[in-house]
Write a protein that binds this ligand. Structure first.
Ligand SMILES: [Zn+2]
Length: 120
């Protein structure tokens, strides 16, 4: 994404005295929360979409198209979440949706959250 992410920071604790570093963690964490919330909202919206299509009775073809479209949007959101980058090593955090630790440098989401909240 930018030059900062290319620095190798593997196996180092977050440098809390480094403002740039803390800022990077905070931005990464906010970005993660936004992505995660989007996926949760999209998932919940499926119930709404299901009710709406059932109620409107637009025909099977239209229902199917809406369902396919919704699945497409959901997959896009899920893909965006998995594209989230680890703030320490700059690589993709995990290929699964709800992974707890970075697959490259083993940094946990808890650690990122703690840095973002200003705790060590
Ligand atoms: Zn990492």
């Amino acid at each position: 994404m930018n030059i900062l992410h290319k620095r190798r920071k593997t196996d180092q604790p977050p440098a809390l005295d480094n403002e740039q570093e803390v800022d990077r963690y905070q931005r990464a964490w906010r970005s993660y929360i936004a992505r995660r919330n989007l996926v949760v909202v999209l998932f919940l919206s499926f119930i709404f979409v299901g009710f709406a299509t059932a109620k409107l009775k637009m025909g099977e073809g239209v229902d199917f198209a809406i369902l396919l479209g919704w699945i497409g949007v959901y997959l896009l959101g899920a893909w965006w979440l998995t594209e989230w980058r680890c703030p320490r090593c700059g690589k993709v955090f995990g290929h699964r949706l709800w992974t707890e630790r970075c697959i490259s440098c083993d940094l946990s989401k808890n650690e990122i959250a703690n840095v973002a909240r200003g705790k060590s």
